[in-house]
Structure formats: structure tokens, C-alpha cells
Design a protein around this ligand. Structure first.
Ligand code: HPA
Length: 270
């Protein structure tokens, strides 16, 4: 089982020849990071075979190839989610495309709800590990023996250390935490949030985990960062909403952009 990564990579290379170092996936409200890319070529997902168009407002659905801080990067501005069609492999072709274009590193971003009082909305959280609560896996149906994928260091320790150092050098430490994947699209209940906390999660969200599994399967090194947009259900006085997710993500963008640019500069020039 494989997607159309090779075919899509050919389309990207025809528009902008070259090899790329770092691939990024931008989550809700984080799309403006793609505006930072220089010498950029933008390709709508509709021009890329089997690229899923997200139905989520705030996801722009275009691939941006160019340079960031002098490093060749490919940015997927917008992702499709499991909850949009019930397919855990929905991001297989996009991640394969990054790999085919030469990206050895995936930096995934998302919006997430915090379960920790000391990790407040508007702030980034570096993902150290995940809990796959959905029960779904993008490698189901995969026949290659590699499907028995080791996930012990899925979030690359060296990349995490680099990001931590960058965060400290640029103002404020970024906390690390465990991200728990719920299928969505409804938000969690307060009881589910209490369970998530008891099971060792620091944040909850509806994405990223399938992409990380696919990227690891393809041999990529992974770093992932959440922007915390709210406290989990029952931990804040007001109701959760996608409007809040989008608006708080926007407020945290400047710090996120600063961290991502510095990370790309450091890692991409290794
Ligand atoms: N739960 C799930 N996904 C989210 C949340 C949340 O609280 N906030 C942003 N994305």
C-alpha cells in the first residue's frame, strides 16, 4: 500500500526544481507561517494527485515550496483530519510527497487543548510523545514488515533538545508534553479530559498522530509542536469552540514563527 507521493513530488519539482530538507505541516490558524517562505512556489492541493482538501475553515490547502532562513523547505499549509472522512491514511500521500522531495525531517504543528494549568492558552508546547486514543492507525492494511514500527523515540530526542535550546535562547522555555489524539470532531467531555489527565496526557487534539506514524514509517525524523488554544473541557469556565481555536492560535503565531524559523536555520544547516 502506498500513496501518490512520487507523482506529486514530480509535479512540485516541475514547478520548482530542487531537493528539500525540512517538511512542515501547519495546523489550525497557523497557515501564515507559509507567508515567510522565500522564493516560493505555491501549488493548490487540487493540482496534486490524491491530496486531500481540508473542509476545515482556516486550512488553506496549498503546498508551498521555497526557502526559510536559507533552508529549502516544503510547507503543507493545511491538513486533512481523520474526522473529515474516517480515513486514518488521509495524510499518506502528502507525507510521502515530502519524503520524495528529499525531506528527512518533518515538523508538524497543531492547535491543542491544555490539561496543565502551567501551560496556558497562547503558548507553544513541544510534543515529547503521544497517546493514540482513537484506536485507528494509518498502517492498518500495510503489508510491509516495517508496519511493526518502533515508536519509542517517535519525537526525535535530538530535535527536541535543539528546539528546547532555541526556545531558551530566544526568550522563554517551551514546556514539553504528551499529546493525546482524540478522533474529534466533537470536543472532549470533561470526563474524557479527566481520563486523559489520569492516563498521562498534557494536551489533547484531533490531528498529528497519524502523520507522525506515517513519517516514522517512511524513515523521517519528527518534531511536533502544539499551540495551546484553550484548556481542556471542564478546565475552563467557557465552552470550547473552533472560533476560539483559530483566534488564540493567531495570537500565538509570532512566537511560533520565531521558534520555527530558528529551528529550521539550526537544523537545516547541520
Ligand atoms: N480538544 C481537541 N482538539 C483541540 C482542542 C481541544 O481542546 N483545542 C484545539 N484543538
Amino acid at each position: 500500500m502506498s500513496g501518490y507521493g512520487r507523482e506529486c513530488a514530480d509535479i512540485v519539482r516541475a514547478a520548482r526544481p530542487g531537493s528539500y530538507r525540512i517538511g512542515m505541516i501547519l495546523g489550525s490558524g497557523l497557515g501564515s507561517l507559509a507567508d515567510e517562505v522565500e522564493d516560493a512556489v505555491r501549488i493548490p492541493y487540487s493540482h496534486l494527485t490524491e491530496f486531500p482538501i481540508s473542509s476545515v475553515t482556516s486550512h488553506s490547502s496549498e503546498l508551498v515550496a521555497g526557502t526559510l532562513a536559507g533552508v529549502p523547505v516544503v510547507i503543507l499549509s493545511g491538513r486533512a483530519h481523520y474526522y473529515e472522512g474516517g480515513d486514518p491514511t488521509v495524510m499518506r500521500t502528502p507525507v510521502e510527497t515530502l519524503r520524495e522531495l528529499g525531506c528527512e525531517i518533518l515538523l508538524a504543528t497543531n492547535a491543542a487543548g491544555s490539561l496543565r494549568e502551567d501551560v496556558a492558552p497562547g503558548n507553544p508546547m513541544l510534543i515529547s510523545d503521544h497517546i493514540n486514543w482513537s484506536g485507528k492507525n494509518p498502517l492498518i492494511g500495510e503489508e510491509d514488515e516495517k508496519r511493526f514500527l518502533d515508536m519509542s523515540s517517535a519525537y526525535d530526542p535530538d530535535l527536541r533538545a535543539a528546539m528546547t535550546k532555541i526556545a531558551e535562547a530566544t526568550g522563554a522555555a517551551v514546556p514539553e508534553g504528551v499529546y493525546m489524539w482524540f478522533s474529534g470532531p466533537s470536543f472532549e467531555t470533561p470526563a474524557e479530559i479527566r481520563m486523559a489527565k489520569a492516563l498521562g496526557a498534557d494536551a489533547v487534539g484531533m490531528s498529528t498522530v497519524p502523520e507522525v506514524i506515517i513519517a516514522r514509517f517512511l524513515g523521517m525524523r519528527v518534531a511536533a509542536m502544539s499551540i495551546i488554544t484553550n484548556y481542556g473541557a471542564g478546565l475552563q469556565a467557557h465552552a470550547l469552540s473552533h472560533d476560539e481555536t483559530k483566534s488564540v492560535a493567531l495570537k500565538g503565531m509570532d512566537r511560533m514563527k520565531q521558534l520555527v524559523r530558528a529551528f529550521v536555520k539550526e537544523i537545516g544547516n547541520d
